[in-house]
Structure formats: C-alpha cells, structure tokens
Design a protein around this ligand. Structure first.
Ligand code: GTP
Ligand code: MG
Length: 355
C-alpha cells in the first residue's frame, strides 16, 4: 500500500522531465530562428528599391522648368489656332509668372506673325514662342565678376528682402568659390538680429571659410569695413557680404545698403557684384521688390532661389525683360551644393520639352 506515493513521485518526475524536455526542445528550435533573423536584417539594410533616389539638382531644375508641359501638350494636340489657343497660352504664361507685361508683348508679337501667315498651326506657334522667349533673355554676361587685376579683395554684396535666401546663398557661393581656389571671407553685415550672425557662422563652418561678425544692432557698414580690412591684411581674394532684409524702419534699408556699398569701397576693397536675391515662390511680388533694390543699389545680377519648390519659373523672363538684369545663379535646395549657374538655353529647352 506504500506504492502510491512512489507512483506519484515517479509521475511527478516524468512530468518534470517532460517539461524540461519541451523547454529544451523549444530553445533549440528557437536558436536557429534567431540566427535566421540576421540575414533578414541584412536584407532590410540594403537600399530599398521602392525608395525614390533623392532628386538631384539637375532633375530639380528640369522639374522647375517643366511648368509648361501639361498645357503645351494640349496645344500640340490641336491642328488649328483658335481663340482658345490664345487663351490657353496666355493662361499658361501668367500661371508660370511670366508677368502680364511680358506675356502681352509676347502674344502681340505672335499674333502679328500669325496675321502675316508666318505661323499656321499650334506646333509652329509654340516653336515661335520658344524662339521669342529665348531671345528675350538677357545677352549680358552671367558670369560672376571677379577682377583679379586689382590688388585688393573683391566684394560681392547680397541684398534682398528678408527670408529670400541671402544667407543660405552666401554659404553656397563661399563653398563654390573656395572650390575654385579663391580664398573667401564672410562678412555678417546683417546685424538686425543675433540669429543672422549665428546662421552665417554655421555656413562659414560648413564652407570652411573665416567670418567677421559685429554686435547685434551694430552698424552693418562697420562690419563690412572690418571684414574688408581683414581680407586685405590677409591677402584674401573675396569678401561675401550679408545684409539685412529689413530694418526697424523699412525706408532706411535702401539708405543703409547705399552706405554699406560706399564703406565697402572706402579703402581696401572693390565691389564687383551686387547680387539681388529673389525668392521664386513670391512671384510678381519679388519683381516689385527688385525694382526698389535696383533703384538704391547698382544691382549687377539676380540669384533666383527656391526654384525647386516653385511652379513660377516664368519669373526669370519678367526679371530679365523688365529689369534688364541677368539671372546669374539659381537656388534649387537648402544644402551647400544646391546652387547652379543659370543657363538660359537649357532653361528654355526644358520649358518647351515634351513631357
Ligand atoms: N527650397 C529652398 N529653400 C531655400 C533656398 N534658398 C534658401 N532657402 C531657405 O529659405 C529660408 C530663408 O533663407 P535665408 O538664407 O535665411 O534667407 P535670408 O534672405 O538670409 O533671410 P533674412 O536673414 O531674414 O533676411 C531658409 O529656410 C533656407 O533654407 C533654395 O534655393 N531652395
Ligand atoms: Mg539672412
């Protein structure tokens, strides 16, 4: 009768053994599973084919220029020039921010040619428009002016209303000019707010160039003057001068810029470029700002920024026909390499390229 506890003990022992066995079996089974996960991780770490490669600067330029594609495709599909053709053309040009004055002039000229039977179908009309638009772009030099004959630093000033991209453009230009072998110095002439100097300092670090800063609320001309003196003393080639996009009293901004320019040339430097920075996304507003700046300072070129985020690339024509100033550089993003020289032939070709 004493066998009952023994049987119970044996049973418990068997259950425990079975349990341990199951756990061990599961562990062993789990082990290869874990080692299988490693290759899965590797697969995940490989470039994902679904992910679109980051669009390069060239592609962004083509995309910005491709604003006419849709409407022109519709026009190309027709075989007669009708009043609708003209409406479609006008609407497309205005939508791309070519501007009313420039659009009207372009269409007048084309209507005259259709009247003379020079042009007889929509395809010829578009070809003629392309030719006219290409012809409207300035024949002035788009090269950044650098006078190496003077034995003093060249100064390039960057002007424009706040937020257009002056400071960012200076960082990009510093990087590009340094790559060309020039020794560059940045001048933090925007003393309107402390953050402006810090922002330029960050760009100086990225481009690995020195910077001269003043105090917040200080005299911008004094900063430029100090920067030019420093550049001259250290045989630097080029000073890139940042300026404020606004002052406490906006009407003083133009006077301030005139003074900055005067002071920059007072002793050791020569201003060879005054680059007006215009934000492409502001459209025709940018144009009226530009007029004010050209009146106050002798603007030598335009930098058109944010063309990567804009369907308003037509502003190039408005700027060049109405101000007569060449667009020299185009900004296509926020990083240091996102700046390209403006190539008018390529731009017009892209505008009229069939999608
Ligand atoms: N997408 C895009 N953004 C840009 C470009 N250029 C500048 N930006 C952005 O525009 C914003 C304003 O640029 P800033 O360089 O600070 O402009 P700013 O003219 O110096 O402005 P203020 O100092 O306020 O007068 C920033 O967020 C920049 O990153 C460009 O070409 N493309
Ligand atoms: Mg700035």
């Amino acid at each position: 009768m004493n066998s009952a506890p023994v049987i119970l003990l044996v049973l418990v022992g068997l259950v425990v053994l079975f349990g341990v066995g199951v756990v061990l079996y599961n562990r062993r089974k789990a082990a290869p599973q874990q080692s299988l996960e490693a290759p899965v991780d590797v697969v995940v770490a490989e470039p994902e084919p679904e992910l679109e490669p980051a669009p390069g600067v060239v592609r962004r330029f083509a995309r910005a220029a491709g604003v006419f594609n849709g409407s022109f495709a519709v026009l190309r599909g027709k075989d007669k020039i009708t009043s609708e053709t003209w409406e479609e053309l006008e609407e497309t040009l205005l939508r791309a921010d070519v501007g009313l004055a420039t659009t009207t002039a372009l269409l007048e000229s084309l209507k005259a040619r259709v009247g003379r039977k020079d042009i007889s179908n929509p395809q010829e009309l578009l070809d003629a428009l392309q030719g006219e638009m290409a012809g409207q772009l300035s024949s002035n030099s788009r090269e950044l002016q650098f006078d190496s004959s003077v034995k003093m630093p060249n100064i390039w000033l960057f002007v424009g209303v706040n937020g257009v991209g002056k400071t960012t453009t200076i960082g990009k230009v510093a990087f590009a000019q340094k790559a060309l072998g020039r020794s560059v110095l940045l001048a933090a002439g925007d003393t309107f707010r402390a953050a402006a100097g810090e922002q330029l300092e960050t760009w100086a670090q990225r481009a690995e160039v020195p910077i001269v800063r003043g105090s917040e609320g200080g005299d911008p001309s004094a900063v430029i003057f100090d920067a030019v003196q420093s550049a001259a003393a250290n045989n630097r080639d080029l000073v890139l001068g940042d300026t404020a996009g606004r002052l406490q009293n906006n009407s003083n901004l133009m006077e301030e810029l005139k003074k900055v320019r005067r002071v920059a040339e007072k002793e050791a430097g020569t201003v060879t470029e005054v680059l007006l920075v215009i934000d492409a996304t502001t459209g025709q507003n940018g144009l009226s700002q530009a007029k004010q700046f050209t009146l106050a300072t002798n603007v030598t070129g335009v930098v058109l920024t944010k063309l990567d985020g804009s369907a308003k690339g037509g502003i190039v024509f408005a700027i060049e026909t109405q101000l007569g100033i060449p667009v020299k550089l185009v900004g296509l993003g926020e990083t240091i390499g996102d700046l390209v020289p403006f190539n008018p032939e390529e731009y017009v070709r892209e505008l009229f390229a069939e999608a």
